[in-house]
Structures are given as C-alpha cells and as structure tokens.
Design a protein around this ligand. Structure first.
Ligand SMILES: Nc1ncnc2c1ncn2[C@@H]1O[C@H](COP(=O)(O)OP(=O)(O)O)[C@@H](O)[C@H]1O
Ligand SMILES: [Mg+2]
Length: 665
C-alpha cells in the first residue's frame, strides 16, 4: 500500500468507486485528517482517465457549499493523479439504504439539502450527471449529507472543449450509472439540469421505498426499463409517504424532461412546502388511526348530549320531588302535633290547677294510645308543665322526666315548634309546647316516620332512570340509523371522485334522489362529463381530427371495407368516444397501470400536470417525441454504448464511460 502521496500520509482505505479508491490521509503541514481519492491502478496508464479525474477536481474545486464535499488540492505524483478532499464522517447513502427505507420525516429535510446543493452547482454551471446513493454521504446523525464524485460532471463554462461539443459528444456515449440515469442520459441525448432532477427523484424513491426503482438485469435491460417503464407507484411500495411527496417524486422522475420540475430551485420549493405541512400530515395520520365510522361518531355524540341533558333533567326533577315530599311530611307532622297539643291542652290546664295526686291524664293517654295505631307515628309523648312524661306510646316513659334531645340535627324551628331529624334521619321529630292563654302547660314530642316518603322517592327515581335509559337508547338508535343513511351516498360520492382522480371518466352515478345528495351526484356527473369532453377535444386536436360534438349527428359510416378491419388497439383506444358511452366492464376494472401507457400515447400530460402547467396539454408533442416508440423499441444505441458489459445488479457504482469517446477527446 502507498505510504505517502506528495506530502500526504496515507492511512486505510475508506471507499471504493468505479474509477478510484479513497483513503483516509493526514496532512502534516496543517495537521489535519483528509480523504485522498486516487485513480485505480488499472486506469493510471490511461491519460484520458487521468484527464477526466482532474476534471472532477476542477468541477468540485470550484464549488463551495455545505452540501458538497470540499476539495482542497489536486495533484499528480509519479504519473498518477489524486484529489485531496475534506474527510467526511458518516456513511454512504447506499449503505444506509441496505438497511431498508427511511421515514418521510427524515427523507424530506435531507432531500432539501441535496436539492439545494445541486441548485447551487447548477447555478455555477455544473451538472453532476452521476447522482446516486453511493455518491452521497450521510452524516452519522442521519440529518445532513454531502454530495461527492463530480467525476463525470458537465462543466458549462469552465471546460471550453466540453462546452463546444458537449452535446455532440454525448450523442453516441453514455456516461453515468444506468440505474439512476435519466431516460435522455440513457439514450445518450442532450441533457440539462433536469437530468439531475430525475436522478434525485430516483434516489428519493429508493429512500422512501427501500427498493430500487428499476429491477435487475443487464445494463441494457435497466436502460430499456428507464426509457419505457414507470416504477411501481410509491403509493403501493411506500404507502406511508405523504401524497404531496409522492407527487413530487413522481414529477421529478417523469420520462419527459418537460414534465419534471424545471430546475432544482422549484423542486426545493416543493419539498419545503411538503416539509411545512409534514406536521399537519402527521397530525392527520394520528387522527386517522383513531378514525371511527360516521355511524359510531354520530351515535356517540348524540348519546353523550342526550345523557347530559337527561342527567340534568332527572336530577332536577328528583331534587324538586324530594323537597316537595319533605314539605308535605313537615306540614303533616306539624298538623298532627298541633292536633295532639290542642287535645291535650284542656286537660293539661285542668291538671295544672290540681295537686299531683288528683291530676287525671287518662284521657290524654287514651288519645295517645289511639294515635299509636298509625304506622307513620314512631313516637308520641305528652309532658306536663313540670316536664314529666304523662302520656306516651312507649308507656315505660310515663312518669319520667322529659329532656328534649338537642344533639339531633335541626331541620326547622318555626312558631315555637322545633323540627329535628331523628333516628339517624329515619324520622322527623316535632317538639311543640302546649299553650293556653299565652302560658305553657307542657310539651308534645312526636316522631313521624320518613320511610314511606323514602320508598316513594325511590320508586320515582327508578322510573325516571328507566325513562332516561329508554330515551338514550332511542336517540342512539335513531342517530345510528340516520348516520347510516348518510354514509351510503357519501361512500358513493367518494368512490366516484376516486374514479375521476384515477382518470376513469367512463361512469355516471345513477340515482333518483331529489335531495342535496342528488344535486351532489349530478355535480360529480357534470365534472366527469365536462372533463371527458375536454380530454376528447385534446385527443382530437392531437390526432388532427375534428373534436366530436354531441349535437350534429355522426357522419354516415364509410362503406364497409372489403376485409373486416384488423383490430387496431391503439387507434381504437384513442378514438374519441362520446361521453355517454357506457362503461365496459373490463374497462371499469382496468388497473391504473394498464390505462396509463395508452393515455401517454395520445396525451403525455397527466391531468394533475395539466392543472399546474397547462401549456403542454394543448401543445402537440414534438415530432421527436412522436417517434419515441420506434426508438424505444430498438434501443440499439444504448445497447451498443453499454456494450462494455456490467451484467450484475450490484454494479450500481459502475460509471459508464465510452472509452472510444474518451480517445476521441
Ligand atoms: N471525502 C470523502 N470522505 C469519506 N469517504 C469518501 C470521500 N470521498 C469518497 N468517499 C468514499 O469513497 C467512495 C468512492 O468515492 P467516489 O468519489 O464516488 O469514487 P468514484 O468516482 O470512483 O465513484 C464513496 O462512495 C465514499 O464511500
Ligand atoms: Mg462514485
């Protein structure tokens, strides 16, 4: 192994490309680590390779951008050239991608850096022409990158020879790596910055999907695919990719340069827009995960609202009812105690005038015993003016001194009557003085049972709750059914809009609705119809035929040919058809991919493009494009050019150079 190149001390090899080996090195003058790229031994004899190698140094050396590797020095020792660069810490993107796809949230920011680096290079007149994962180094944290390997860059100004005949010399030579080459590069045609945009698109496709845009096979087979085949849509191979990003990648890898982003700045703008909506998209995705069907959402919402209203209503009714029942209990207890006090009053007044042994409490006691028959009365006693119990339901109390309980919670105290909650809340106690002519002659203590009130309240509570449950169930059921009624037309509308989005306009929604949905269906039908008419007008224009109109009757059919006409699939499919043409079953189920090529033949601009860049839609295709299929079918030029074979899949890093062209130089 080399020890010294010039003043640079060589350490271990850190990379290998098609033409060169890259070593870690050390510059003793500045005392810093470096990377040195050295032409492989087998190419060192060839002056042309050496010249190309030095061109890289000139191209990259003129560029100074955080996204592009910095070239410090270039030189030649013992007849072989070398390039001295900053030593990049990190891993080639090709290695990173071996581990699988990268999340869109990581891809977008680094794609912006890559595109900005490229926009800068393009602004300096440098087209990279060899953008691929092995020429991109990702920083160890995976958040930034550097573009390297300007070995086949095209220098607009710095290279007068290349400038003079750059386009000419490219015809008949293919440079670049086939897998990431744009179709025009693969065909050896004139190329511009949009070729780099294409290659970036393919790199982004691989980052997002973790798979190659174009399958294996020989370089010629890959080239044929690049020219003819659209890679599997990202929606299928990387369904997590936001739609906007899918669109950006799709536009970048359009076969026709005119359909791509016009320059790197526009691609960068589009990616920045995508980055700014990424958060919104992420939030939507999170919401999508907890997505519940309309029926469930509406049912839950209505049930919740009803439950809240019912809870408030039932609660109010019950508390009012309880208050009313209490009022009834209190006034009835009050009335009974008043009745007892009045009955006992005369006797109490009489007895008060007599000595104790002549007093007669028998009538009062008889009255109290009578009252005891009422189950609502839990207790009743009458005392004399001296506070001795003279009559009571509980006869053991008779003759004992009476002490009004004061530890029971007070409920009310009015007109001399004290009402307390007795027996642990089971009853009300009414304590009322027996008065006569303004004097007190004793006390009536009466306890009224609350149990009956309570059980009445319990029954009405249960009835109300039952009513609430029935109401709630009814509301939920009605909401569910009505949401289901809405769901069906919404699904039909969504399906119809998806059909239109896919480019299938051969359908009309059948319906007999007289409501708002009927109007929406008619609206969708109109959109399909008018889009179809416009599309047919464009097709007719492109085929140089009068546009089919509805009103004039079709011209009389030409006399039948002698032979039955041979099926002409292309002509038949591009035949303008009146928009009322019924949908054919197989047409309806035709997959998107199958329909696409036919459409491209007649109208290369997909509808999405037409919205953004309307001009190309009406522009007739360039004659060169019209002849495309013929070229596509016999890709000899590329095959010939690719003749030095790179038969294996793993040859991604091979740079295709036509040595003869090199000699011509
Ligand atoms: N400055 C550098 N720092 C670290 N690694 C590098 C550097 N330059 C190149 N490499 C590594 O060497 C590999 C080949 O370099 P490259 O310039 O692409 O050579 P080639 O022109 O032969 O393709 C790269 O894929 C990368 O892994
Ligand atoms: Mg390389």
């Amino acid at each position: 192994m080399l020890e010294l190149i010039g003043r640079y001390r060589i350490h271990e090899q850190i990379g290998e490309g098609a033409m060169a080996d890259v070593y870690r090195a050390h510059d003793p003058h500045i005392d810093r680590p470096l990377a040195i790229k050295v032409l492989k031994a087998e190419y060192r004899q060839d002056r042309e390779y050496a010249a190309r190698f030095l061109r890289e140094a000139r191209a990259a050396g003129a560029l100074s951008h955080p996204g592009i590797v910095t070239v410090f020095d270039v030189g030649e020792v013992d007849g072989f050239p070398f390039i001295v660069m900053e030593l990049l810490d990190g891993e080639p993107l090709s290695e990173v991608l071996r581990r699988g796809p990268m999340p869109p949230s990581q891809v977008i920011p680094i794609a912006i850096q890559l595109v900005d680096a490229l926009a800068y290079a393009h602004g300096q007149g440098v087209i990279h022409r060899d953008i691929k994962p092995s020429n991109i180094i990702l920083s160890p944290d995976g958040r930034s990158l550097k573009l390297l390997d300007f070995g086949i860059a095209q220098l607009a100004e710095a290279d007068p020879v290349a400038e003079a005949d750059s386009y000419k010399t490219q015809i008949g030579q293919v440079i670049g790596t086939p897998r990431y080459m744009s179709p025009e590069q693969a065909l050896g045609r004139e190329l511009d910055v949009r070729s780099d945009i294409y290659s970036i698109g393919i790199v982004l496709y691989e980052m997002l999907s973790g798979r190659r845009a174009f399958g294996g096979g020989s370089a010629a087979a890959v080239t044929a695919q690049i020219v003819n085949v659209d890679p599997a849509p990202l929606a299928e191979v990387a369904p997590n990719t936001p739609r906007g990003l899918q669109f950006i990648v799709g536009k970048a890898i359009a076969k026709q340069p005119a359909q791509r982003f016009a320059d790197a700045a526009r691609l960068s703008d589009a990616l920045r827009r995508e980055l700014s909506v990424a958060q919104v998209v992420a939030r939507e995705a999170a919401a999508q995960r907890s997505y519940l069907p309309l029926q469930v959402r509406l049912t839950l919402l209505m049930a919740l609202i009803t439950a809240i209203v019912l809870a408030i209503a039932v609660g109010t009714v019950l508390s009012r009812q309880r208050a009313a029942m209490r009022g009834v209990a209190l006034s009835s207890g009050n009335a009974i105690s008043a009745f007892v006090a009045n009955n006992a009053a005369l006797r109490a007044v009489d007895n008060a005038a007599l000595p104790a042994d002549q007093q007669d409490w028998v009538p009062v006691q008889a009255f109290v015993q009578n009252a005891a028959a009422d189950p609502n009365l839990r207790g009743l006693l009458v005392t004399d003016a001296g506070g001795v119990v003279r009559a009571a339901i509980d006869q053991s109390l008779i003759g004992r001194p009476y002490r009004a309980p004061t530890d029971e919670p007070l409920v009310a105290d009015r007109d001399g009557v004290t009402i307390r909650a007795a027996d642990g809340g089971q009853s009300f106690r009414f304590v009322r003085p027996i008065t006569y002519a303004g004097r007190s002659f004793g006390t009536v203590d009466l306890r009224l049972n609350q149990a009956i009130l309570r059980s009445a309240a319990r029954v009405s509570t249960w009835l109300l709750v039952l009513l609430a449950v029935v109401t709630l169930g009814t509301v939920a059921l009605v909401s569910f059914l009505s949401a289901r009624l809405l769901q069906a037309p919404i699904t039909r509308l969504g399906d119809a809009l998806m059909e239109i989005a896919r480019g299938n306009l051969d359908f009309r929604i059948s319906h007999s609705r007289q409501d708002e949905f009927g109007e929406l269906f008619d609206g969708v039908n109109l959109v399909a119809q008018s889009t179809q008419e416009r599309q047919e007008a464009v097709e007719a224009l492109l085929l140089d035929r009068p546009a089919p109109t509805q009103s004039p009757p079709p011209p009389p059919p030409p006399p039948p040919p002698a032979e039955p006409p041979v099926a002409e699939p292309l002509a038949a499919s591009s035949e303008p058809t009146p928009f009322t043409r019924p949908m054919e079953p197989d047409e309806a189920s035709e997959p998107l991919g199958a329909a696409a090529p036919a459409m491209e033949d007649v109208a290369p601009e997909p509808p999405a493009e037409a919205v953004e860049e309307p001009e190309p839609v009406i522009a007739p295709p360039e004659p060169e494009e019209a002849a495309e299929p013929a070229q596509v079918e016999e890709p000899e030029p590329p095959q010939e050019m690719l003749a030095p074979p790179w038969p294996h899949d793993e040859d991604e890093d091979r740079t295709l150079v036509d040595p003869q062209d090199e000699q011509r130089r």
